[in-house]
Design a protein around this ligand. Structure first.
Ligand code: CTP
Length: 397
């Protein structure tokens, strides 16, 4: 942290008081801190407190009062090694996501070349509103790092998600971001994600509830660590085209298999997080199946097992599988590892609350070839992705 230049942007939220402690921690660790504050945020914390702690003037306007002097937002963005926007209000997040630039903080954000971290703080319903969620996803797709809001008591008295991370947590996020090596540079990573849809007739399919969020979190983590990423994803609502890596969208297990085979030879790490359908109909009806009898029988045949196929083709690649189990979790997952010739299996148990499809959290265990198992706590999917990639990197080394 010594000598690092940290730019902090403060927007209007009661959580602004936490930034005083954060600045003290950063200065104590030897960092230089420059603060930009929006005018509304001054109602929550004074520029005098911030300038005293940071030992630098605090900026909020394009023109410095009475001096007729310009605050150069481009220079501020170039000066910083890292820009933390905390607390990041719903309003500022929405503006950042849409290129709106009506104050110094936003102009600095738009012109900054350094990595940007943002820590939302807002009321529960604002945080879970689809527009806020979409704006946060958009910022992540720009490569900005989210420091998720925590669960807890909010200023409104409500209890839920929306509380900004504590100053000590913000400090350690900054510290780990700055020390994070690009440990996947020169590596090609292939990730499968989401469900597959196996057609029954022109309007119906066999599918499942997978959303692809876990695979996307893995892709973002690999990309941030310097990898060349290809994400092959089944039907999803993730706006994948917005992301800065190669995305291939497919429908069926056969399409997913073909896309994997094309890339696998030149891949260093393959992570199979997709929930691939195990069966498809033996013969897809060319016309919509009409309702006739009380029962209908469909003949199903096995789909190609992509993980097993790659396990057979594997030379130097590191191959990671997922397993979703409901009983005898660890022994079933270990069997899968051997059967499919994987190097590592990430196990989700449906018996764990918060794990499985759809949600923003996951609880995993990682099973290695030598049968040693590491159990992780319930975490959000971004943190789970960090744990998985850390394990892969240590296995590679
Ligand atoms: N998988 C795959 N191709 C398939 C089925 C599964 O590549 N046709 C991969 C998944 O992406 C995952 C792993 O295999 O990495 C395990 O998937 P899972 O559904 O848990 O296991 P199955 O082999 O389908 O076994 P079972 O349904 O009996 O648990």
């Amino acid at each position: 942290m010594k000598g690092k230049k940290i730019l902090i942007g403060i927007t209007a939220s009661i959580a602004a008081y936490k930034i005083a402690t954060l600045i003290r921690l950063l200065i104590k660790a030897g960092a230089e801190v420059q603060v930009i504050i929006t005018n509304d945020a001054k109602q929550f914390i004074t520029p005098l407190t911030l300038s005293t702690l940071s030992k630098k003037p605090v900026y909020s306007d394009f023109v410095k009062n009475d001096l007729g002097e310009w605050t150069n937002h481009v220079e501020l963005g170039l000066w910083a090694d890292l820009f933390l926007i905390a607390p990041a209000s719903a309003n500022t997040i929405a503006k950042m996501a849409n290129g709106i630039c009506d104050n110094l903080l936003l102009a600095t954000y738009l012109s900054a070349k350094c990595p940007v971290l943002f820590a939302p703080a807002m009321d529960l319903d604002m945080y879970i509103h689809p527009s806020t969620k979409k704006n946060i996803t958009t910022l992540e797709s720009y490569g900005n790092e989210l420091i998720s809001a925590r669960h807890g008591e909010l200023a409104s008295g409500l209890i839920g998600e929306g509380r900004m991370a504590e100053p000590e947590e913000l400090f350690s996020e900054i510290e780990s971001f700055l020390s994070k090596k690009k440990d996947l540079s020169n590596k090609k990573v292939l990730i499968t994600a989401g469900p597959t849809y196996e057609a029954i007739d022109p309007v119906r399919f066999i599918g499942n509830h997978s959303t692809g969020k876990m695979g996307l979190a893995l892709a973002l983590e690999c990309y941030n660590r310097g990898a060349e990423v290809s994400l092959i994803c089944g039907p999803n609502q993730l706006n994948l085209k917005e992301y800065p890596f190669n995305t291939i969208e497919v429908q069926s297990s056969t399409e997913m298999y073909n896309a994997c085979i094309e890339l696998f030879e030149h891949t260093n790490i393959a992570i199979m997080s997709a929930a691939v359908a195990d069966y498809k109909v033996a013969e897809v009806a060319s016309q919509k199946i009409k309702k006739k009898d009380d029962t209908l029988q469909l003949e199903l045949t096995k789909t190609i097992d992509i993980l097993s196929s790659l396990g057979k083709l594997k030379k130097k690649q590191l191959l990671v599988g997922f397993a979703l189990e409901t009983e005898n979790e660890k022994s079933n997952a270990s069997d899968k590892l051997v059967r499919k010739n994987a190097d590592m299996i990430v196990l989700n148990s449906l018996n764990d609350k918060g794990a499985g499809f759809g949600g923003d959290t996951n609880k995993i265990s990682i099973i290695h070839k030598d049968k040693h198992v590491i159990d992780f706590d319930l975490k959000n999917k971004k943190e789970v992705a960090v744990d998985i990639i850390n394990e892969i990197v240590s296995l590679m080394n």
